[in-house]
Design a protein around this ligand. Structure first.
Ligand code: FE2
Length: 247
């Protein structure tokens, strides 16, 4: 569900509750409830997205325990930290991804790291899909054509992306982005992303790969290359195509 849709439903629910309260309790109580609703909205504006599959659905490529810890501990921690940060100086009338565009080098490191962490993981989950039988998993449609146009062939693209991901020093993310109508491979350190003004390359993410050790260490230990090679089996190309054609 999009952030705007989620906000709309949340506000709708609150309004519905307020209407019911008004009927039952009168106008003064309604005002009190609205005040509490506004306080709740300002206290906890960041929400965990629902994981679109079970924790074990990405087996054998990503194991259940890694997924469970990754989602319930790591991603949840970014969201909790954001909601615990008293003042983020962000315009909240836009999506979480668009909030990343508001950051600059003077922004709070806590907000930068945790907003990035929340946005990156929210995207990452949707760009994965189960493939229990290990069926061939390749892009199609406009995105496939664009990959061939920008990288010569899918195999060349796969090689370049895997190399970029392998070479990331420490923790970070590897991306396929759309930049001025062209596809480009780029990486970001920590929880930065290509929405942020200070990223080396800015653009709209089409693919995202988490290269933090927490994403693979339980199953793959130091074999990052094996994690990357297996990730190609569970890319949700339909979602990637959607991100690409939204351009
Ligand atoms: Fe992660």
């Amino acid at each position: 569900m999009s952030d705007n849709r989620r906000d709309f439903l949340k506000k709708g629910t609150l309004l519905g509750l307020s209407g019911l309260a008004s009927a039952l309790l009168g106008k003064d109580k309604l005002n009190q409830i609205e005040e509490v609703s506004n306080q709740l909205e300002s206290v906890a504006p960041f929400i965990m997205p629902k994981l679109p599959y079970a924790f074990d659905a990405l087996e054998p490529y990503i194991d259940k325990q890694t997924m469970e810890i990754h989602y319930t501990k790591h991603h949840q921690a970014y969201v909790n930290k954001l909601n615990d940060t008293p003042s983020t100086n962000l315009d909240f009338g836009v999506s979480d991804a668009a909030k990343c565009k508001q950051l600059d080098t003077t922004s709070s490191t806590v907000v930068r790291n945790n907003l990035g962490g929340h946005v990156n993981h929210s995207l990452f989950w949707t760009l994965l899909k189960p493939n229990p039988k290990g069926e061939p998993n390749l892009p199609s449609g406009e995105l496939n054509e664009a990959i061939k146009k920008n990288f010569n062939s899918f195999d060349d693209f796969k090689k370049q992306f895997s190399e970029a991901a392998t070479k990331i020093f420490g923790s970070g993310w590897c991306w396929l982005i759309l930049q001025d109508g062209k596809l480009k491979i780029t990486t970001t350190p920590n929880q930065d992303n290509p929405y942020m003004k200070f990223a080396t390359e800015q653009g709209t993410p089409v693919l995202a790969l988490d290269i933090w050790e927490h994403a693979y260490y339980l199953k793959y230990q130091n074999k990052r290359v094996d994690y990357i090679n297996n990730w190609w089996n569970i890319i949700n190309w339909q979602k990637a195509e959607e991100l690409y054609t939204k351009k």
